[in-house]
Ligand binder design. Structure first.
Ligand SMILES: Nc1ncnc2c1ncn2[C@@H]1O[C@H](COP(=O)(O)OP(=O)(O)OP(=O)(O)O)[C@@H](O)[C@H]1O
Ligand SMILES: [Mg+2]
Length: 382
């Protein structure tokens, strides 16, 4: 295996594994520093977490006055759990905004007031504990506002990342509408020294949270959309990665094959390259194809599982789109639908569902293609 750092991780990609995203990184860090709250939308596994992590690392390198905490809402199951996680994040951030070696915490006590912070001084530096609030929702807003005051007093900027943010809407069922979303909004509206970053992949849920006038977060945030990494950027990255692995370049034809097969889906680019870069020699086109077949073999069960849950008309349409090389211009046309024996209205409905389910998307040139390259290869093999 390569002695080099892992250039193609399956998890978060930062540092030497992070390809391009220069403009997005600049925009994100600018937003953080100017206090422009941001909601970042990107399809599943498009690189949202990697972008945010990389942006925070860029800031940490250049601006020591920024402190950040990430809360992954995917693992939060109710409002009480959310409160505990936010409290832990606020405690940690508050401790880290106090300059090292400073043993006085008077300003923090003032910032958090009624939340009665307790302080400890140990080998790890300052520790901060906030008492659990009697009412979770109100507590969330108060803690976040306390953090904002504390950051202002020490002239620091704090960043709170709420990843998989659409989950917050799910937490509300059963409790009052706008519950936790309202608490967060209350803090976001008043924030002066904390920047909030919201990331997620479920477009319709997020859009309804951020673009619907009746929802609390309406118009508080700037929107950023994360697309695929450009082919030219990936090419340059892979050439460099080839040289650092084998001291010789990877053939352009092999790189093109990687980009075409994976349709530049960042997760699958990495899954495929991780295998190829484990080889003794730079990959040939044939080696790319062979490694890809193995990936499809291993992952096709997941694809099949999703297919089973679709209605027959949706399955038929998906399969026909997958099998049309280069994508489909008019999936609702008679010409496309009649060989499938689908009436136009049914075909149209199926297309809408497939798009909502994030199974198909429009390519840069407007043609419909599948989102998941493994699903494409699998459906072509049937
Ligand atoms: N800029 C990048 N350069 C190289 N690889 C990347 C980049 N961004 C993401 N990836 C790769 O893509 C995959 C998905 O990345 P990441 O987990 O950041 O995406 P995500 O959008 O947060 O996914 P999810 O929807 O599952 O939360 C990982 O394999 C990661 O290493
Ligand atoms: Mg993520």
């Amino acid at each position: 295996m390569s002695p080099e750092p892992n250039l193609f991780p399956l998890g978060v990609a930062t540092g030497s594994a992070h390809c391009n995203r220069k403009e997005e990184r600049a925009e994100l860090t600018r937003n953080v520093l100017t206090g422009a709250h941001t909601w970042l939308w990107g399809r599943r596994r498009m690189g949202k977490t990697s972008l945010v992590e990389q942006g925070l690392q860029d800031l940490a390198r250049n601006r020591r006055k920024v402190v950040a905490a990430t809360i992954d809402l995917l693992v939060v199951h109710d409002v009480q759990d959310l409160e505990v996680r936010i409290r832990t994040a606020v405690e940690r951030l508050s401790a880290s905004i106090v300059p090292k070696g400073r043993r006085s915490s008077g300003k923090l006590a003032e910032a958090f007031g009624a939340l009665k912070p307790e302080f400890s001084f140990g080998a790890m530096g300052l520790g901060v504990r906030l008492s659990p609030p009697t009412q979770a929702m109100q507590g969330i807003a108060e803690m976040l506002l306390g953090l904002d005051r504390a950051a202002g007093m020490y002239r620091r900027r704090a960043v709170i990342v709420l990843d998989e943010f659409q989950q917050l809407g799910q937490l509300e069922s059963g409790t009052a509408r706008h519950g936790p979303e309202g608490a967060v909004r209350h803090a976001v509206e008043r924030a002066r020294n904390v920047t909030y970053l919201f990331a997620g992949s479920q477009r319709h849920l997020l859009a309804s949270m951020f673009e619907d006038e009746d929802r609390p977060l309406y118009r508080l945030c700037r929107k950023m959309t994360l697309d695929r990494i450009g082919a030219a950027d990936y090419r340059a990255f892979m050439r460099q990665a080839g040289i650092s692995r084998w001291r010789s370049p990877v053939a352009d034809a092999a790189i093109d094959r990687i980009l075409a097969t994976t349709t530049r889906h960042p997760y699958y680019v990495n899954a495929l390259c991780a295998r190829l870069w484990g080889g003794e020699r730079p990959p040939s086109v044939e080696a790319v194809d062979a490694a890809w077949s193995r990936i499809v073999d291993e992952d096709k069960r997941v694809a099949a599982g999703r297919l089973v849950r679709l209605a027959p008309s949706q399955r038929a349409l998906l399969k026909a789109v997958a099998r049309t090389r280069g994508g489909v211009e008019h999936p609702a046309s008679l010409e496309f639908l009649s060989p499938l024996r689908l009436p136009t209205s049914t075909g149209n409905r199926a297309r809408v569902v497939l798009e909502q389910e994030d199974l198909i998307r429009r390519d840069d040139d407007g043609r419909w293609v599948l989102v998941d390259p493994v699903m494409t290869s699998y459906l072509r093999s049937l």
